[in-house]
Design a protein around this ligand. Sequence first.
Ligand code: DGJ
Length: 731
Amino acid sequence: MSAILAWVPVGAQKRHVHTVVEIPRVEARVIPIGTEKMQILLQVDEDGKVFMPHVGAPIANPQEFLRYKGGRRWLREAYPAQGGTFLGVPAFHVKYKDGTHNTELRYVSHQCHASDGVETTAVALSDYVTSLEVRLIFCAYAKENVIKAHTEITNAGKTPVELLEYASSALNLEADKYLLTHFRGDWAVEMQPVHEQLEYGTKVIESRRGTQGTRNENPSFLLSLGSDSFSEEYGDVLAGGLCWSGNFTLSFDRSVNGRLSILAGIASHASAYPLRPGKTFVTPDMVWTFSMEGAGGASRNLHRWARREGVYRGGTITPTLLNSWEGAYFDFTTPVLTGMIDDAARMGLEMFVLDDGWFGTKYPRNSDKCGLGDWELNSAKIPEGIEYLAAYAHEKGLKFGIWIEPEMVSPLSVLAETHPEWVVQSPGREIYQSRNQWCLDLSNPAVQDFVYGIFDRTMQLAPGIDYIKWDCNRPVVSFGSPYLGNEQDRFFVEYVQGLYSVMDRIREKYPDVMIQCCAGGGARVDYGALKRCNEFWTSDNTDAISRATIQYATSMVYPACAMASHVSAVPNHQTGNVTPLKMRFDMAAAGRLGMELQPKNLTEEERALAMRCIASYKGFREVVFTGDLYRLSSPVDSDYYSFMYVNEDKSKAVVFEFCLRYQARESRDRGLLLKGLDPARTYKVVEQNVDQSCWWGNGQFFHGDFLMEGGFNPRLVQSGASAIFVLEASQ
Ligand code: DGJ
């Protein structure tokens, strides 16, 4: 039974009118949502409330929860709403036209269907007083052990409502301890892992930057259950990632009884979303995984799902490349670029990417001070045209890529002069600049068409543009959209929806073009962007030492096939560090390898090493792109960073090791314990790119169990030393 309390107008005689809406009784049931090794249970009580009694390893007889006796006080609803008797942090909070805030969701029906190893369960809930409908959708990937969840909210009533909170998904679980691993960061120091025990209360990870959602935190995490320590191999770990490239919130609420409620979704920050009658709001997907094999197991699950679906054409080999940015910056003409293409071809690279600086006529883009928005070729720099450059690259056997930053406009640009109303702005207030630029208002359909047009026209600059680097170099501040008028609450949500609709149109017309998502380095590394992009730019920091931590933490959630990693010059332009060229190549070989320097500045010896490293990379990259990752030692806790990839049938593996800091010559005498090999098979172990191996067993055959039990002990004793070994099974 639920009661409606209606206030009569102020000034009129006060009296309470109660009408009671009958909530139909339903059959109690348990709805299992499961993969081979993960299960979420939903339990429907007779009053229609839907609880979540279990998240973790599969329970064979989940219906036994129906016989459970005891209080329900400790249990949380599967999608807790503000209202009823609920006092916690709500997944869902609605303000109605009459000013009330109460929603009580009850079970209506559910449906399941399965196809291609994915079982989809849709649970329909309704608020019987306000006719608000909520559908919880779960897609369970049996083999990948991933459950992807989102929510669909329909206003079936007659008046508009305001969505104040609208999480994609909520999970409730119970353990003695919860060790949260999340990723703080900033420009050139992205993805720094933070481990912290969750105490009582609410821990929130969020972004309010509008664009560049992953600059300071990533919408992903790992949670080690019942443990004080982070383990690669052991223990129960729940992990997740939100598929959204804008403001997000992940909250972890540990209640007084010890249970933990996790909410993941769009941040409600300045986004009380208006939902008109008859309209449906679809939240972004949240991807969950669970593993009893520690953090390593959780990462491998996410990677497998990412290669199947989370990354656009994930797991397919993308070309090695030379990018012009750090080698030329804005300072180039055709001969500089053709010279780079010649060198790239000679070194065995497979693509040339022309970065920033090729456009702008009235305001030529010769620095970051002007030109964004004016995507016409600067023919003073490249009089022969992009067509000429692309053809030149293609003749040399290289693919050709080009950079754009379509969401942005320079105040000094023809675009800013002709369409000032397209700029994100708030009436009467300064439009603050960051990197001398403003944001375009992607909530406006006219701007969406313009941004689509930039991509489309860039693709027409030459036949066979193979790759686009899509950059985004600032956040949104002092937000406002001239287009949205007095509905500014829609801005942050509709900006990202606008961006995705542009990208989806692009994908329809250009399914084969490779797209890199970049945002001033790694500020757009999320599964919302990656659904539309082949890869991400991990960081503008290409120093191999810094990259060790950045790539290590990135690998906890995102797969190597999408992680762009470039060899740059020394001293490193960001950090000033000098690291050996071999170490820079070995670090870049952990993902999609590229180079980003002026090859003319390499010595003959360095060039020869580059050619050797690129050639050997081509021989093992398939294992990097499609194999299972095992992290062996952490660059944060150890002076050595080591990890390996193993292909699906365990016939081939690649082992990487880096000495990051010298401590003591003897510290690495103990063998490196390899993982994931077949213990009974023999593997030929060959170090790459050296004449003199750092391991006594180089070139010989060893059983998998010997290699996994400490027999493998390469000696890397100086900081900057690194090694890559390829292991191939002999039968
Ligand atoms: C920021 C990116 O991260 C760099 O790689 C480069 O493309 C510059 N923008 C160009 O302005």
